[in-house]
Write a protein that binds this ligand. Sequence first.
Ligand code: NDP
Length: 486
Amino acid sequence: MTRTAPIPTASHFIDGSYAEDASGTPIPVIHPASGAVFANVHAATPALIDRALEAARRAQGDWAALTGAERGRVLRRAAEILRERNRDLSVIETWDTGKPLQETLVADAASGADALEFFGGIAADLGGETRQLGQDWSYTRREPLGVCVGIGAWNYPIQIACWKAAPALACGNAMVFKPSETTPLSALKLAEILLEAGAPPGLFNVLQGAGEVGAALVTDPRVAKVSLTGSVPTGRKVYAAAAAGIKSVTMELGGKSPLIIFDDAEVENAVSAAINGNFYSSGQVCSNGTRVFVQRGIKEAFLSLLAKRLTGAVLGDPLDEATNFGPMVSEGQLNIVLAYIARGHEEGARLIAGGNRVVGPGYFLEPTLFADVTDEMAIAREEIFGPVMSVLDFDTEDEVLARANATEFGLAAGVFTRDLARAHRMVARLQAGTCWINTYNLTPVEMPFGGSKLSGVGRENARAAIEHYSQVKAVYVAMGDVDAPF
Ligand code: NDP
């Protein structure tokens, strides 16, 4: 078992090598399971930001001039290296995020590798269309946007970096990526791997820093596109800043998604899905189904089974593969979640399980279950981003649909029922970018992922992502003489 983190050798990765400038604001990197600082990085200075953007600009032209097949080969090789080094990358991710190694071994670098493989696979097949226009004709070229900026959240650091880099690079763009200052390390490893796989220096650069580094990148005129994964308030700021430069954006933002369980559902599976959709990664997942609507007929059966299953949570050292429930990513996030639990009590929700910080080092919180939650309670309206499940009762299909949609968010939704006609009827009317029927939170690369309403703009994964990392140029080709009025 690895007890030391394989720490990258410097803060930034620019133009094919590690870079450091100790005059940047220091950022201590904290292991959430102990609260101890295990690494230090520095925020990027303006000079480093300029170097990274310049390197990306230079690299992009040559990269775009390669064939799609050549670009795809590099991405697929990077996917192989990610898989070969999955354990080391998972250990870094566990040190940085506190997520159990049991999870990071299967969900983080592995999912990043899936994206590199998928977009590496389709890079050779990205093209335009031709149309016959009488004797003339037109065709379209699918062209890159230029230099893209990726800005990540702290819950899935390497996955987010790969989900943005893979389609961006497949389309012939370059990228400057800024991870969350809370989890700065694994994106540096991705930069190393892409270089090793054959990406030219400067094609994928990593800069550390907090919001101001992100803001400097978003407003730079050399940047054509910004892809953010983060909260709605940050999304508003970044979207507005990008709009000033008429830049293309992808916004993967927060959610407060409904998981609707009808009384004909297979209860064991519904309970499993509610656990996955609320407690995986200690509840720090944007698409979580945190409003669990349970039809009154199975409410008590659902709650008692769920309470029993929660006793199976194994809290502890996340580097121990027997642990299946880790700490909150930071003390700040722990306090946010504790404040929501206090509001749940104040507003009259019934606590069934958990609700407490775990005494001892680190930012551990018990998996928490509230029942009798009503629509107006803060825990039912606001994104908590922690292990707090709210169970709400409902009676009819129309009622639950209206209540499920009565939110400003629209990231995801789930429906459990054995009546498949009802399941499809429901998903057609649910306002969400991703819906699951009889499961929850599966996000394979073949399926587009993204939000509606305040949850975002654009889609990641699948062919849909290509639309957001490329632009279409239309070309009219005349085969005859030119008509003119005089
Ligand atoms: P934040 O919105 O706080 O931060 C996201 C990123 O934006 C960070 O790298 C942050 O830097 C950076 N940032 C902050 N301010 C600015 C700015 N003005 N200009 C440019 N960049 C800026 O989100 P969290 O990191 O706290 O992540 C949690 C949120 O992310 C939740 O709301 C969650 O729902 C959402 N999320 C959405 C997903 C999706 O796919 N839809 C997936 C995962 C999470 P720094 O933090 O270093 O200051």
